[in-house]
Design a protein around this ligand. Structure first.
Ligand SMILES: Nc1ncnc2c1ncn2[C@@H]1O[C@H](COP(=O)(O)OP(=O)(O)OP(=O)(O)O)[C@@H](O)[C@H]1O
Length: 913
């Protein structure tokens, strides 16, 4: 017990420092909406400046050195906000996050360049007397650190509660305009919080340095991972919870050291590394996953994401690129190493294009995942004597399984939370696997050697025949790029993009968000494993630092610079990596090391400020502009034709399976609020049922509960003979129950045609694989073609939704919902924003859905003219309960309904036909 308390107290020091750093992250997030991944790097700069330069080299006393270093840290935050983030205020969140990763890379590699990479021990400068409490020794410095963390937390909490500027910061987190109303411009607030966050980082960095020592890489990664994890526990909002999170992590880390040997024995491992760093983090992971949600809430605002390429293959360009690279391999001389590294890195970046660009899942662990591929393959070829191809195949298969495990948190977390979780998972693998010789197979002086590698009888060993290994890399890259481009054009690609853009809408169309995320992680892990093998086996032994968490961060920086949504972006981004061609060209000739990384970071920031969609987007626009020149417009364009949407021929209207919908005793509660209470309703095939009621009556909640977006607290939903109450949204949708959304929720990154197509895609189990090889060109299915004609969208199929006026956007949403020919359609305020003529046309379309196709329709609508003229029956809700049900005439003359909702006789005469 004494030991337990002793270790817990020891952990308070680190925990307090994590908490301090995390408070800076929270402050910045509250003031600017950006999660600062560079917080640990700013801390490191302050620590080096204070302890190395000012104190050691220039003999400054502690206090002025401390103050100057903290001011410099604050200035870094301030300058970054004013010079970079301010101009990215309207950019996609991932772009702003990438900018902070860029800052991390610049600061970290800058420090490495300036101070070198070796680890520096720092003497404790806080009073370090020991107090004795029974058998437990309490160090004074731990108590001081704890006091500072608690004190600063209290100050921050009080500032944001009781001061004008604090209230503005709190308001800004919710709504920029509210902050403006308090007299603060969002930019000034953001600048203030970035300066404050920087200062907090500086304080924490200097205080934590004696506990951790100083190294440019490990320090930043440890501090970043733990600080972000603590801030995550506080939801990036709550200062007290963040303090708690930091302390739990610090104490947990220390306690695990105490039990390290028992854990090792329990796992039957000869050696165990990094478990103290991993276990507390894994606990946080579990908390997050338990706290997370399978689908985002109705209030979730879809994030704008970088633009997507078309995935169209331009064969002349591909052939020229491959031939040029082959020639380059033949004549590159001492540049060959850089070229090989670039080719392998491009495969890595393609994995990020799939996972983050297409599927919208931000993972900061791709290099770690790839490193596992290198590890397994190296052990199989190096120790078990396997030939290359089976070793690579087994390694890729194993890493795909790991990729699926990494996907599990993504099923319940998203956005920046997922980025933090994957960074932590990657860091855990780095510490526990790559750092453990028992797992890498390396004894101290005896690493696993890469033997001779042969492919189809040809010796391709990189050491002996580097040009042959480079050709292997080129071949793999070309095949990978073709697969990823095929994916973009296929229905599987559409599913990925649907999920990236709007998980709720995707689920409502029968797309399994769960399956898409698992697939994206698995495919990306497979590509990363292949890349890891190419990279790892190019040396005589695998160098695991190539696969650390920092490399993963750097890869995302490169992918965003290159163009996250473009296959070409992966290739261009790889050119910029450390050791790759561009950095070698620009740097000291070796092309590796800190200066190259630093240049990569600076290029990222410049590119983001110029075009947030990356270099590939700039290239694509330039190419399009050139193709638009008179000389080229005369030539037939095969690409355009391949992208156009074709309608199925014929006007046949498929009659949908006749399936009634029945809702019995439905109740929904949100905490203490009863939104829906004992609602019964049925929708028969071919029948239109109106669901009306005042604002807040619970109409949308009824639709949400029927379609599986919220779990009912009581009652049942039946579709035909099926009790579907426990089914997922996607499964209900596939069974023929579709909905539209009040807030449209279109897929804004893809054309109108693709939106409708996404609503009608039939997936087969094999299409996940076959789409990679043969995406095909499928015309819109018959029911979708009918929807396109009915809603008069034929002329806008190749238009992006945001280029349409509001009324037509609404029609796209409805067409998408009915594209698959569902048996029951739930329309949530379809006429909102339509003019009178459009409303009338919409009424006819809805009638046709019921009369011609035999679909059942539940229509939630405030336009009483539309409801009264279209519906067969009407159900009236008030405060979550049904207060009347009947034909339009019965409802119009119901006294209770008039009082509750419809109003006076005069108003009624205007709406009843
Ligand atoms: N996620 C949620 N958490 C808490 N309360 C909620 C949530 N969603 C809805 N509510 C509440 O449930 C009640 C019903 O809301 P709902 O949006 O279903 O009404 P509605 O009839 O569709 O309104 P409107 O006509 O304005 O769209 C309201 O009091 C609303 O505030």
């Amino acid at each position: 017990m004494t030991e337990f308390v002793q270790f817990a107290i020891l952990g308070l020091g680190g925990g307090s420092a994590y908490a301090l750093l995390a408070q800076g992250v929270v402050l910045v997030y509250r003031g600017s909406g950006v999660v600062n991944f560079a917080q640990g790097a700013i801390a490191m700069v302050a620590a080096y400046l204070c302890l190395e330069t000012l104190q050691r080299d220039h003999d400054w006393p502690m206090l002025p050195a401390f103050v100057v270093a903290v001011l410099v840290a604050a200035a870094i935050g301030l300058v970054f906000q004013v010079a970079v983030l301010r101009w990215l205020a309207n950019a996609a969140p991932i772009v702003r996050l990438a900018a902070t990763l860029g800052l991390l890379v610049i600061l970290q590699s800058g420090v490495q360049q300036f101070y070198g990479s070796k680890s520096i021990r720092v003497r404790s400068f806080l009073p370090n007397d020991a107090y004795h409490w029974g058998d437990v020794v309490v160090q004074q410095d731990r108590l001081i650190l704890l006091g500072i963390a608690v004190g600063l937390t209290a100050v921050l909490w009080a500032l944001t509660r009781f001061t004008r500027v604090g209230l503005a910061i709190t308001a800004a987190a919710e709504n920029e305009r509210a902050a403006a109303a308090l007299g603060w411009s969002p930019h000034r607030l953001a600048a203030l919080t970035w300066a404050g966050g920087g200062a907090l980082a500086g304080v924490a960095g200097i205080l934590v340095a004696p506990l951790t020592g100083l190294t440019p890489t490990a320090f930043v990664v440890i501090v970043t991972v733990f600080a972000l994890a603590a801030a995550l526990l506080g939801g990036f909002r709550s200062f007290p919870l963040t303090l708690l999170g930091g302390l739990v992590l610090g104490v947990g880390e220390s306690l695990v050291v105490l039990y390290q040997d028992s854990i090792r024995d329990f796992l039957h491992m000869p050696t165990l590394t990094g478990v103290n760093r991993a276990v507390p983090f894994l606990v946080i992971l579990v908390v997050l996953v338990v706290r997370g949600k399978g689908l985002p809430l109705r209030s979730h605002v879809s994030e704008r994401l970088p633009r997507l390429g078309s995935g169209a293959l331009r064969w002349p360009g591909i052939v020229i690129a491959v031939v040029v690279t082959v020639v380059a391999i033949a004549f590159s001389g001492d540049w060959l190493r850089s070229l090989t590294l670039t080719l392998a890195a491009a495969v890595f970046l393609l994995s990020i294009v799939v996972l983050t660009g297409y599927a919208g899942q931000l993972s900061l662990a791709q290099y770690t995942v790839g490193g596992l591929g290198a590890l397994i393959a190296a052990r199989l070829v190096g120790q078990a004597g396997w030939p290359l191809i089976p070793a690579a195949a087994v390694s890729v298969a194993a890493v795909v399984v790991v990729g699926v495990l990494f996907a599990l948190p993504a099923l319940r977390t998203r956005g920046v939370n997922l980025a933090v979780v994957t960074l932590g998972l990657g860091f855990t693998v780095q510490e526990m696997v790559f750092g453990n010789p028992a797992l890498t197979g390396d004894k101290l002086d005896n690493s696993v050697r890469i033997p001779q590698l042969t492919l189809f009888g040809v010796d391709v060993t990189a050491a002996g025949h580097p040009e042959r290994w480079a050709l292997v890399c080129l071949t793999v890259l070309t095949v990978s790029a073709l697969l990823v481009a095929n994916l973009r054009r296929s229905r599987t690609g559409r599913r990925l993009i649907a999920v990236r853009t709007n998980e709720r809408a995707a689920a409502s169309l029968g797309i399994s968000v769960f399956a898409v995320k698992i697939y994206a992680f698995a495919l990306a892990a497979g590509l990363a494993a292949v890349a890891g093998i190419l990279l790892g086996l190019r040396n005589t032994a695998v160098t695991y630092v190539e696969f650390n968490a920092f490399a993963s961060i750097n890869a995302v920086v490169q992918a965003v610079t290159g163009g996250l949504g473009f296959v070409l972006g992966g290739v261009v981004g790889a050119l910029l990596g450390p050791g790759a061609l561009v950095s070698r060209l620009l740097s000291d000739g070796s092309g590796s090391g800190a200066i190259a990384t630093l240049i990569g970071g600076v290029i990222l920031i410049v590119i983001l400020l110029t075009n947030q969609n990356g270099i590939a987007d700039m290239l694509a626009r330039t190419a399009n502009a050139i193709r638009g020149l008179p000389l080229f417009t005369a030539l037939p364009s095969r690409v355009k034709a391949s992208r156009a949407h074709e309608l199925s021929s014929g006007d046949e209207v498929g009659v949908v399976p006749a399936t009634p919908l029945a809702v019995r005793g439905l109740g929904v509660r949100f905490g203490g609020v009863t939104a829906v209470d004992g609602v019964d309703l049925t929708v028969q095939p071919g029948q239109i049922v109106g669901l009306i009621g005042p604002n807040g009556a619970g109409k949308t909640t009824v639709i949400d509960a029927i379609t599986g977006f919220v779990a009912p607290s009581a009652g049942q939903v039946e579709l035909g003979d099926h009790h579907i109450t426990g089914w997922s949204t996607a499964r209900r949708s596939r069974a023929g129950l579709r909905r539209s959304f009040q807030s449209l929720e279109l897929f804004e990154d893809i054309t109108v045609g693709d939106n409708v197509h996404a609503g009608a895609d039939e997936s087969t189990r094999w299409s996940w694989l076959t789409d990679l090889l043969w995406p095909g060109r499928r015309p819109l299915p018959a029911s979708a073609s009918t929807a396109v004609r009915d809603f008069e969208l034929t002329d806008v199929l190749n238009t992006m939704p945001d280029q349409l006026p509001y009324g037509r956007r609404r029609l796209v949403g409805i067409a998408r919902a009915v594209a698959s020919g569902p048996s029951v359609i739930l329309l949530d305020e379809p006429a909102a924003g339509l003019d009178e003529a459009e409303s009338r046309e919409l009424a006819q379309c809805i009638r046709r859905l019921a009369d011609d196709r035999g679909a059942g329709v539940l229509l939630v609508e405030h336009d009483m003219g539309l409801v009264m003229s279209t519906c067969d029956r009407i159900v009236v809700l008030e405060a979550g309960r049904v207060i009347a049900e009947g034909t339009p005439d019965e409802i119009a003359s119901d006294a209770r309904v008039r009082t509750a909702y419809l109003g006076t006789d005069d108003e009624m005469t205007g709406v009843v036909p």
